[in-house]
Design a protein around this ligand. Structure first.
Ligand code: 5GP
Ligand code: MG
Ligand code: MG
Length: 179
């Protein structure tokens, strides 16, 4: 285990099994359709890469970057699009792939943006979810793991741009972000 990690919440094997399950569920849900899958950068890039390999319907992919916490562990409440989509979403079945939902502010803003661009449908698949921390009314269609109110890193999720490459999800030692 990495020296800065206090506790592993979900192992590489547990995550792999969950991603396969989500891929199967999405393949059934989108049977006969051709969804556009939107990865929310940067956090969701590993989940996206592993997930799309488990989806058996034809898909297209695009990427969007939004402002997040920076080096802090709490949301500023302000959402900014840093990199927009390359493709048009008009009339498309859109699936948003996100790493984790906390307050729900980021996704409620994005769903709104996509709806104003006249999508046919929009669904959310998140690997991790902290429903107890919602400040807006936002529900994912698929939530892989429910997390307690703790700041986690690994499997794409960072603290100050570090730890994204850890293959598991863990909680940092408090001294790492209090120093
Ligand atoms: P929200 O807008 O739902 O409050 O948070 C959205 C984003 O904040 C997530 O997509 C993620 O990038 C970041 N975030 C929320 N909770 C955590 C966490 O526990 N760990 C990390 N590393 N990022 C988080
Ligand atoms: Mg994210
Ligand atoms: Mg981050």
């Amino acid at each position: 285990m990495h020296n800065d990690i206090q506790e592993v919440l979900f192992t590489q094997e547990q995550i792999e099994a969950k991603v396969a399950e989500i891929g199967k569920q999405l393949s059934e849900e989108y049977e006969g359709r051709n969804p556009l899958i939107i990865c929310i950068l940067k956090g969701a890039f590993i989940f996206m890469a592993d997930l799309v390999k488990q989806i058996t319907v034809p898909v297209e992919m695009d990427f969007m970057a939004v402002s997040s916490y920076g080096a802090s562990t709490r949301s500023s409440g302000e959402v900014k699009i840093i990199k927009d989509l390359d493709s048009s979403v008009e009339g498309r079945d859109v699936l948003i792939v996100e790493d984790i939902i906390d307050s729900g502010l980021t996704l409620s803003y994005l769903v709104d943006v996509l709806q104003r661009r006249n999508v046919k449908s929009v669904k959310i698949a998140t690997l991790f979810d902290k429903p107890a921390r919602r400040t807006v009314d936002l529900k994912a269609d698929i939530s892989g793991f429910i997390l307690p109110d703790a700041f986690v890193v690994g499997y794409g999720l960072d603290y100050a741009e570090k730890y994204r490459n850890l293959p598991y999800i863990g909680v940092l030692k408090p001294e790492v972000y209090s120093s």
